[in-house]
Design a protein around this ligand. Structure first.
Ligand SMILES: NC(=O)c1ccc[n+]([C@@H]2O[C@H](COP(=O)([O-])OP(=O)(O)OC[C@H]3O[C@@H](n4cnc5c(N)ncnc54)[C@H](O)[C@@H]3O)[C@@H](O)[C@H]2O)c1
Length: 454
């Protein structure tokens, strides 16, 4: 009988339980028809932990209930009774560091506040766990780089996905096809914007004490200390992030909020890696709160199908210029625009339009795809990740490579905003060669006892 550290005849490497779950799935019907361990092993279910069980966590209940939910983690113990009704066999944890060491765990879904995402994701990868992390993957440039470095060291072995689930909407593929296939000629610039405004004067002042079972110190986690105030936790399920994500120590403002989704629509069409410069401007700097109104601009090198391009992000009232006065871009709350040598493409999450311009823009240079050559649909976004957990050679749409690059670019915009001038960026080192004072803003101070490299 095979043991947990079974030998894979293909490569003579010991198989972990997790890899065995995948391998058993692949060989079902051939010699090995039943995996050999775990109450649920015959169905090849993954042992999953949900970290952050309420709010956004609720949106994952359906997808994870197809698997074996073995652990539930939340700093707010009042959330456990309801979660346990759905997942009665799970062990509960208030500290994600302990949860990640749950025996036999295969995969984690992270739905906590933004300032813990990169920490939990990085720790989980280091424990060889598959990771689904809600957006944004990080709140500083250095956090994004740390997660990517770990992900690269595990590439092809672990499945990752950042919760930018709008990516599964068909329009993402259609926009990409139009840009790639030359419907607007040669791509030159691209723009994304969002109009959500969540102004706040500063961190909330100390008020009251955390309710029993609400582990505020664990909620703060790696963040510098800020006193408790119930206003951080007064939002509706799935929208409570709008109570804390604008503060520098807890989030990245609209960049991490709607900006992640909207920039994903843009990034999906440009095949970019990291930019070589950033510049930004916006309202006056507030040391507590990220800017509401702000715009940032990045230069990206050429790739194998296009020349160098610029990428711009606008938020909180800042907007790109419309290609024509009769097109009111402000009617699109969260949108993107691409400018090519022969026209513009404007899109929101589920629709798009082409605006050809100039005497040459007769569209003869553009051949629409046939039904057979359309990009294949992503399908159910969480399922794509679970499929990749079973077979990590399968791609996920928003893996930690793509998603860390995207958020690193966005967060670099906040660095340029804080420095107040255009900075050059060296993607290899994550530093600015011409503006050393920018480097201090690539990372941040954490509370003693917390390290991203756990
Ligand atoms: N993909 C999307 O469309 C989408 C939509 C809404 C929210 N989100 C993201 O989901 C995350 C959570 O947002 P929310 O509005 O649900 O926030 P929330 O403040 O309601 O937190 C969700 C749950 O996580 C718990 N939690 C917080 N920090 C924790 C920690 N360190 N350890 C364990 N549990 C912790 C909370 O107690 C709560 O039960 C945010 O990062 C947000 O950006 C994504």
């Amino acid at each position: 009988m095979l043991s947990v550290r079974s030998i894979n005849p293909m490569n003579s490497q010991p198989l972990s339980r997790r890899r065995f779950v995948g391998a058993a799935g692949l060989v079902a019907g051939s010699m090995i028809t039943r995996p050999l361990f775990g109450a649920d092993a015959p169905s090849h279910k993954l042992n999953v932990a949900l970290i952050g069980v309420w709010g956004r966590g609720l949106a994952h209940y359906e997808a994870i209930s197809e698997e074996n939910v073995v652990a539930l983690c939340d700093i707010n113990e009042a959330r456990f009774p309801d979660a346990l009704k759905r997942f009665p066999n799970a062990t509960t944890y208030v500290d994600w560091r302990k949860c990640l060491d749950h025996k036999g765990l295969d995969a984690v879904v992270i739905c906590t506040s933004d300032h813990t995402h990169a920490f939990i994701a990085n720790w989980a990868l280091k424990r060889d766990l598959h990771v689904y992390c809600e957006k944004p993957l990080a709140i500083t440039v250095n956090e994004a780089r740390a997660v990517r470095a770990t992900w690269e060291s595990k590439k092809g072995k672990l499945a990752t996905q950042v919760g930018m689930q709008r990516h599964a909407q068909q329009n993402f593929n259609r926009v990409r096809e139009l840009v790639r296939d030359g419907a607007i000629g040669e791509l030159k610039s691209s723009y994304a914007w969002g109009n959500r405004k969540l102004p706040k004067p500063g961190y909330f002042p100390e008020e009251g004490t955390p309710p029993k079972g609400f582990n505020y110190d664990l909620w703060l986690g790696p963040s510098p200390y800020h006193p408790y105030n119930p206003a951080y936790f007064s939002g509706a399920a799935g929208a409570n992030c709008l109570s804390w994500n604008m503060f520098w120590d807890f989030g990245a403002g609209q960049i991490g909020d709607m900006g992640s989704h909207t920039m994903d629509l843009l990034w999906n069409a440009i095949d970019a890696e990291l930019p070589t410069s950033a510049e930004a401007k916006g309202e006056a700097m507030n040391s507590d709160v990220t800017p509401v109104e702000c715009e940032s601009h990045f230069e990206h090198p050429a790739n194998d199908w296009r020349g160098p391009i610029t990428v711009s992000w606008f938020q909180g009232g800042a907007m790109p210029r419309s290609p024509k006065p009769f097109i009111d871009l402000t009617k699109i709350g969260h949108g993107v625009m691409f400018k090519g040598t022969k026209g513009f493409l404007v899109a929101d999450f589920d629709s798009r339009m082409i605006v050809p311009f100039g005497d040459e823009a007769d569209l003869t240079y553009y051949k629409p795809r046939t039904a057979e050559t359309l990009l294949p649909p992503v399908g159910v976004f969480q399922k794509q990740w679970f499929d990749a957990c079973r077979d990590p050679s399968k791609k996920t749409a928003c893996d930690f490579g793509y998603s860390s690059n995207m958020i690193e670019q966005m967060l670099l915009g906040l660095v340029a905003y804080r420095v107040g001038k255009k900075i050059q960026y060296d993607p290899k080192t994550g530093t600015s060669p011409d503006t050393p004072e920018a480097n201090v803003f690539m990372g941040k101070q954490y509370r003693e006892g917390w390290s991203i490299d756990g």
